[in-house]
Ligand binder design. Sequence first.
Ligand SMILES: [Zn+2]
Length: 276
Amino acid sequence: MIDCAEKPPIIDGMKQTIFQAREIFDNIWQIEEYGVFCYLVAGSERALLIDTGTGFGDLAEFAAALTPLPVTAAATHAHPDHIGGRGAFKTLCLPQEEFGLARFYGSLFMRRMMFSKAAQKTYRTKRSAIRKGKYRTKYLPLKEERFDLGGRTVECIRVPGHTKGGMMFLCRAEKLLFTGDDLCRALWLFLPGALSVSEWAENAERIRPFLSEYTLYSAHDREPQDPALMKKLIETAHRLVREQKNTLLPRVRVYPKEYTDHGILYRTDRVRKKRD
Ligand SMILES: [Zn+2]
C-alpha cells in the first residue's frame, strides 16, 4: 500500500481514513473505499477515474493527492457503490442505458443504506454523516470510446449482464482490464435491471480473448481475478443456459448449487432471454 493518507479526506465527524490507494502499475492506482475498489489511470495530460465508490468521502480530493492532472470520472455501471461518489465531480461518464438506474441508485437514501451497521461501527459515525456531494453531477453518455490520456489510452468495451449498460475498461498497452461487477467470482445477475444469464454469457465472449493475457481487476476484489476461473465462469453460464429453462415465477438461485470457487446468482425466470 502506498500511504496517501497524510491528509486523509474524512467525512465530518469521522476519525478514520476513508480511502486507501496502492499503485498497481506505473501511474495506475487501485483506490479502496470500504471494500469497494475504484481505479485511477493517469497519462501525461489527464487521468481517468473508473468508478467513484459509494461516496463516503471526497474522492476528487483524494485523487488530487495522487495526481495533479485533471481527472475525468467514468463508471462501469450505476449501482450505488460505483456512482455514489459522483457528487465530488461536475460530470460523470456513464453508459446511457444506466441513466434510469442512476436516478434510483445514486440517491442519498441509497448511499446511506449502503453505509451498513458494520461500516458505521468502523467509522464511528452514523448514516446521517453521508451528505450530498459538492456538485449536482451531470451524466455524460459513455459509449464504446477511447480516452486518450497522453501517452496512454483506455478503451471502453460493453459487457452488459449485471446491469444492462455494463462497461469494462481496457488498457491494451499495459494489458489491464477493469471489469466492474460483470466478471467476478460471485456474479450477481439477480438484481432489478440485470440481463438474463444467456445474454451475459453471450456478451462475456467479447472479453474471452483478453482473459489469459490480461490482468483482471474487479470492483470487489483487491487482488486480480484468476483468468482460468473467469473462463470457467463463462463456461458455467453457458452450461446453466443449456440445462435450465425459464420458470414462470422468479426465484433467486445460485449455480452451481455446490458453490465452491465461483458461481452465478440468477433469477430462475431470467436464465434465457425471452425470445430464446
Ligand atoms: Zn453492481
